[in-house]
Structure formats: C-alpha cells, structure tokens
Write a protein that binds this ligand. Sequence first.
Ligand SMILES: [Cu+2]
Length: 133
Amino acid sequence: MIDSPKSARLPRLSLNAALFVALASGPLIVGPAFAQGSHGMDTMKGMPDKGGAKPAGATSASAVGTVEAIDSQNRKIKLKHEPIAAFGWPSMSMEMTAAPSVDLAKVKPGSKVNFTLSKGANDSYTVDALSVQ
Ligand SMILES: [Cu+2]
C-alpha cells in the first residue's frame, strides 16, 4: 500500500500536534529529561580540565645546549638547545637574556652547557643559571 502525500500529511500533523501538547503541558515529564542532559554536559566539561597539564604551562625548565654567541655587554646569550619538553619546544637556536647571576665570562662559543630557563612576561626567556659541562 502506498499512501499519497495528502493522506499521509494529516495523521503526521496531528501526531506532531499531540506530541507538542504533551511536551508543553507536561513539565514533570520534560524536567527530568533536561536534568539528565545537564548532568551529561557537566561530565563533558570536566574532561578538558583533566588533560589541562599542558607543557606550555611551565614557567621554568632545565635544558642542555651549546653556546653559539655571547653578547656580554647586553647580557645576551645565543644557545642551540636540545628539546625542552616542559615548554613543548624542539631543539633550536635562540637568543636569551642572561640573569645577573650568570657569569658569561665562563662560557664561549662552542661551550656545552646545562642551564635553567625561566619564562617571563611577553614570552621573554631568561637564563637563570648556567654551568659548563
Ligand atoms: Cu628555543
């Protein structure tokens, strides 16, 4: 049996109308359904927080690298460092500011060093401590 569109439309409309009336006039039925839904949402919201320990959140890290250049006058040191997992960095060459406590006279281009790096404002990085390997 194939229903014509016209004959199918009327029952469908009345079914929708009945459903609408039931939903609109039945807050006691709709209420628990919404409560369940929001509980599910709360569970979902918690998920990103669980994985929130991103490496980028670290403010200091220990690393190893090779000195490439030193600018004693401006307290700058260019290091080719190995990957720094705490910052999510691959190995790279970069210039950093040396803290006043760091003795730049101890190092020269080619020196292999252990150093600690801290992240400051505006994504600036400072070498807090440095020792030749
Ligand atoms: Cu770097």
